[in-house]
Design a protein around this ligand. Sequence first.
Ligand code: PLP
Length: 397
Amino acid sequence: MSDFRRTKAMFHLPEGVIYLDGNSLGPLPKAACDHVSDMMRNQWGEMLIGGWNKAGWMRLSTDIGDRIGRLIGAAKGSVITGDTLSIKVYQALASALELNPKRKVVLSDNGNFPSDLYMAQGLLHSLGSDYELRIVSPDNITENLTNDVAVLMLTEVDYRTGRRHDMKELTAQAHAKNVITIWDLAHSAGAIDVDLTAAKADFAIGCTYKYLNGGPGSPGFIYVAPKHADSLRPALSGWLGHEAPFAFDLEYRPGAGIERMRVGTPPVIALKSLEAALDIWDMVEMRDIRAKSMELCDLFISEVETRCPNLSLASPRDARNRGSQVSFRFREGFAAMQACIARGVIGDFRAPDIMRFGFTPLYIDEGDVITAAGIIEDVITNNLWDRPAYKIKGKIT
Ligand SMILES: *Cc1c(COP(=O)(O)O)cnc(C)c1O
């Protein structure tokens, strides 16, 4: 059984803060500072270039990939970290399209995160004008799985509303139409109990700085189903994905399995910070996280709806159809969120009117939910948001 009181004590949270934004940037695991500093002093500092061999820096990408793999139902050796999620989208899509060469359509939905759609647009433009990105409503995926679709590329949990797709069902429907699937787990990894193996997903991608708490700019990851890993062609054929990088051949030959999804030099300092976060993840089971997260989200919904009747729920009411976040619509949502943040409840705002709150059992408990709901009630019922200072938008919301 996962001990969430113990995990909560392993995070640094500023005094007086209830942090409901771990879905954007997870908080600092206390051990990360010493872990990174130890690597810098004793490995980089003392071993210099010898660290690649002596400290196993090159292996980190796959070792950490396997530890993430346990959280998302991926077999050992099927996940590798590196680059950013946007790059991993490009990489997965380019390889997926080549597995279905006669078809030219990529199907996605308008709940997808813009970067995924932008990366697809960029890639398809390079491939030529016979390729098409078809963006439909999240409710209309099934009828749009037509026989010209090569790849279905979806983000499992909607970043604004928390609406969750049925990965297993949609993957089965896609496969019945010979469509390859790519699942973006940005709001799933560490949030819900993903099982890529059971869902028979072909590709998955994700980031590690949200629910996984790897730190700002910690690398993305990619999963390739073992049945494809040795046959696909990597589009970003960097030297470290080569079968023998240090032979310095002039001709590219892909490395074995998931190794071919490496591109260039791994971000070792960022991987060390992520490693400290994964030490906490190693102490918990995803099914416990999911059960607790559903409880916390349900409690938050009922508390906020009772206290603030003029906020309307933007997330699915049934916890099974939701990720690990709850969103409410409020016309003055931006200013209201600023007022909440000024009072120690940190969530975020997504245009045009969504106040978004992420729940992460690793460091949020029932007491935090009740306290946060009380502060939100104060802000909304007493119009505390109605101040010019709360209406100024920074560059990053
Ligand atoms: C957060 C997020 C991204 C961000 O991509 P980066 O390359 O890491 O900046 C992309 N896609 C989705 C679905 C996200 O939620």
